[in-house]
Design a protein around this ligand. Structure first.
Ligand code: ADP
Ligand code: ADP
Length: 219
């Protein structure tokens, strides 16, 4: 079953001449990696904010497990149902890798004693070695930092991962590594991964890709 489904979704900024997202209908399922690829200005960021519940469509409906986002508690949806990864990694420079992953769990009330083994497991799953967990992010490469950011985003129980150009700062090899990790999370653990990107190579590594142009999906 689709975890997210969109029906005729349109978003028009105030005073904008044309809609930034225009009449999109599609479905996203668990267990797959999706890429939405398009040039700058095609509407990708707007589309992602709608999926993230940061804005509601001006027309049409987005459903999460069958319920319209317009009727859900959006704070709770954002907190519990989705996690986000970005082009810039947003790691805390003064916290170690381990502490970066533990921190959001502790904010949710998990004790440090329970958070640490869970964080270690998540870090291990994205290929961070034990000795790297004690280091500060500045000692890691860009690809490794993005892995830490992914581990941190997995600290919640959200099954939907939204990525805004998550490989935008990485070279080809690291892009491949991050895509392998995201594919494994989808295929083996059932995450629904949705990435927006202008990188055609990323789109080719996804299970399903949509091309966006002027706010629409074109074949
Ligand atoms: P992309 O992420 O693909 O670059 P965006 O979603 O940022 O595309 O933008 C889609 C269209 O919406 C563009 O024409 C852009 O200029 C317009 N747009 C984006 N944000 C705003 C805003 N806050 N107010 C008005 N227009 C906007
Ligand atoms: P991205 O790099 O993700 O594509 P943009 O460069 O399109 O983002 O937009 C950067 C910021 O400027 C966003 O907050 C977006 O909402 C805003 N923005 C983009 N286009 C416009 C516009 N035409 N009018 C007002 N704000 C805009």
């Amino acid at each position: 079953m689709a975890v997210l489904s969109l029906e005729n979704v349109t978003y028009r900024y105030k005073n904008a001449q044309r809609a930034a997202v225009s009449g999109i209908s599609c479905e996203f399922e668990e267990g797959k990696v999706y890429a939405v690829v398009g040039a700058s200005g095609s509407g990708k960021s707007t589309f992602l904010s709608l999926l993230a519940g940061l804005d509601l469509p001006t027309e049409g409906t987005i459903r999460f497990q069958g319920d319209s986002l317009a009727e859900l508690n959006l704070d709770r949806y954002r907190r519990e149902s989705i996690s986000m990864i970005f082009q810039v990694f947003h790691l805390f420079p003064l916290l170690t890798v381990m502490e970066n992953v533990c921190f959001p769990m502790e904010l949710c009330g998990i004790t440090p004693k329970d958070a640490r083994p869970r964080a270690a497991k998540l870090l291990e799953a994205v290929g961070i070695r034990e000795e790297q967990m004690k280091r500060f992010p500045s000692k890691l490469s860009g690809g490794e930092r993005q892995r830490v950011a992914i581990a941190r985003s997995l600290a919640s129980n959200a099954k939907i991962i939204l990525g805004d150009e998550p490989t935008g700062n990485l070279d080809g090899e690291n892009t491949q590594n991050i895509m392998d990790i995201l594919c494994e999370l989808a295929h083996k653990k059932g995450y629904c991964v949705i990435l927006v990107t202008h990188d055609m190579e990323v789109a080719e590594m996804a299970d399903v890709s949509f091309r966006m142009k002027d706010g629409n999906f074109v074949s």
